[in-house]
Design a protein around this ligand. Structure first.
Ligand SMILES: Cc1ncc(COP(=O)(O)O)c(C=O)c1O
Length: 405
C-alpha cells in the first residue's frame, strides 16, 4: 500500500538511493581505530580542548544516542524523528521533499515566521498567504476553505505559539485542519512551546499520516548556535523527508553540545530558566502595558512579547536604526513596531525583538540617551528579556514617550 507521504513526495525524492555512509557505524570505533573508508585525516585535530573530540572524523548522519535522547524528550520513538540543523532545516527539507517547483504550493497564515515562505520560494513552490483574524488568532474554518481551493497544496504551516504574535493555536483547531485536509501535510511548528501552556502534538503526529511537528533546541535549550532541531511524524514521512538532507548534516560539536544540554543533570537548570523567562515575560508585559505609547501587549506563549502601538512608524523611527534598512511591506507596516523594526534589517541584528528588551551593547551610551531624549544610540541593541534588564527597558520606553510628545 502506498503511504500518503510516498504519494505526495516529489518523484525525484522517491527515486533517490539513500546515502550509503560508513560513519553510521562511528560509535563502534575506538578513538585509536584506523579508519580509511572516508578519506579523513588520521591525525588528531589541530584544535585542542573539548572541541577536538574526534573532530577529524565525519559525524554520524543521525547519531543514535542523540536521536534516542530527543525522541524520549518529545515522547516519541527514534524512528519518528529526523534531526536537522535547527527547525529551519526541517522546514527546508520538507519543502524540498514534497514540493515540485512551479507546480506545488504551501500555505501560511500571515503574520508568521518568514522562513516558511522563504524556503518555499527558494524551491520554486507557490505560497498561499492566508490571514490570521483581527486579534491574530488562527481561524481554522477560513484556513481550510482557502486550502481546499488549491489542489496542489502540499504543505500547510501552522505556528503555535505563533512568531511574531505569540498567539497559541489550540490542539483542537490544528486537528480540525489535519482531518479536513487529508491530502495535505500539516506542519505544526512548536519552536516556542516550552514557554507556553500548550501540550505538544508530537505523539499525535506519529499516529497521523499528514501531521508533522517541528521542534528545536535553539530556544528553550539555548543552543541556537549548535543548530539542532527536528521533524517528528510517522515513520514513512520522516524517512522520506530525511532523504533531502545532505550526507553529514550535523556537526560533531553540535551533537556533543546537544547531548550535554539534554543530560538529566541539566534538567532542573533548564526548568528553572524556563520558569524565570516566563515570569520575566509577564513582569515585562505589565510594565509595557502601562506605557502610554503601547495599545496592547500580547504575551501568548513565546519567549517574546508582541506590542501593538498606535504609531508604529513613529516609534520605529525613534529606535536605533539598522545599518541596512530595507523597505517594509504594507503587511509588515500593519503589525506594530516591534516586529516591524526587527524585520527591517536582515543583515545586522540592530533591532528591537518582539521579546523582552535590554541593552546589550554600549550600555553607557544607552543610559545617556535615555536621560536625553531625542538622541539616537546607533550602536545599541535591544534583545530578549533577561532578569536584570527591565529597568533599562522602563527608561527606554519613557525616553521614547518623551520624544514622542
Ligand atoms: C517559529 C520558528 N520556527 C523555527 C525557527 C527556527 O529555529 P532554529 O534555530 O531551530 O532553526 C524559529 C526561529 O526564530 C522560529 O521563530
Amino acid at each position: 500500500m502506498t503511504t500518503l507521504a510516498a504519494r505526495l513526495a516529489r518523484p525525484e525524492i522517491l527515486a533517490l538511493e539513500p546515502f550509503d555512509i560508513a560513519a553510521q557505524a562511528n560509535s563502534v570505533f575506538t578513538a585509536d581505530a584506523i579508519k580509511l573508508d572516508a578519506n579523513e585525516n588520521p591525525f588528531a585535530p589541530l584544535v585542542q580542548g573539548p572541541l577536538s573530540q574526534r573532530i577529524n572524523r565525519y559525524p554520524e548522519p543521525q547519531p543514535a544516542p542523540l536521536r534516542r535522547t530527543m525522541a524520549a524528550l518529545y515522547g516519541v520513538e527514534p524512528e519518528n524523528l529526523v534531526i536537522t540543523r535547527g527547525a529551519d532545516d526541517a522546514i527546508d527539507i520538507l519543502v524540498r521533499a514534497f514540493c515540485r517547483p512551479e507546480v506545488d504550493a504551501v500555505s501560511i497564515c500571515q503574520p508568521t515566521f518568514s522562513a516558511y515562505a522563504h524556503f518555499a520560494r527558494l524551491q520554486g513552490a507557490r505560497v498561499l498567504e492566508m490571514r490570521l483574524k483581527q486579534n491574530f488568532d488562527f481561524d481554522p474554518a477560513s484556513f481550510i476553505e482557502a486550502a481546499r481551493a488549491d489542489p496542489s497544496l502540499k504543505l500547510a504551516f501552522i505556528c503555535s505559539p505563533n512568531n511574531p504574535t505569540g498567539n497559541p493555536v489550540p490542539a483542537a483547531d490544528v486537528l480540525r485542519v489535519v482531518d479536513a485536509l487529508p491530502d495535505t501535510i500539516i506542519v505544526l511548528d512548536e519552536a516556542y512551546i516550552e514557554f507556553s501552556e500548550l501540550e505538544s502534538l508530537a505523539p499525535e503526529a506519529t499516529r497521523r499520516d499528514n501531521l508533522v511537528i517541528l521542534r528545536t533546541l535553539s530556544k528553550a535549550y539555548g543552543l541556537a548556535g549548535a543548530r539542532i532541531g527536528c521533524a517528528i511524524g510517522n515513520v514513512d514521512l520522516i524517512a522520506l523527508a530525511g532523504r533531502a538532507l545532505p550526507p553529514y548534516p550535523l556537526p560533531s560539536v553540535s551533537i556533543e553540545a546537544a547531548l550535554a544540554a539534554l543530560s538529566p543533570s541539566r534538567r532542573s537548570v533548564h526548568e528553572d530558566r524556563i520558569a524565570t523567562l516566563k515570569a520575566e515575560r509577564e513582569r515585562l508585559a505589565k510594565l509595557l502595558e502601562s506605557s502610554p505609547i503601547v495599545r496592547k501587549v500580547r504575551s501568548g506563549g513565546g519567549n517574546f512579547l508582541f506590542l501593538e502601538v498606535d504609531e508604529p512608524e513613529a516609534l520605529s523611527a525613534k529606535l536605533p536604526q539598522p545599518r541596512h534598512p530595507r523597505p517594509l511591506s504594507p503587511e509588515r507596516r500593519a503589525w506594530g513596531s516591534a516586529s516591524q523594526h526587527r524585520q527591517r534589517c536582515g543583515k545586522c541584528s540592530s533591532a528591537l525583538l518582539p521579546s523582552g528588551y535590554g541593552w546589550t551593547k554600549n550600555r553607557r551610551a544607552a543610559a545617556k540617551w535615555c536621560a536625553t531624549p531625542r538622541r539616537r544610540v546607533s550602536r545599541s541593541r535591544l534583545i530578549s528579556t533577561g532578569p536584570s534588564r527591565v529597568g533599562s527597558t522602563r527608561a527606554f520606553l519613557s525616553s521614547i514617550t518623551c520624544s514622542t510628545r
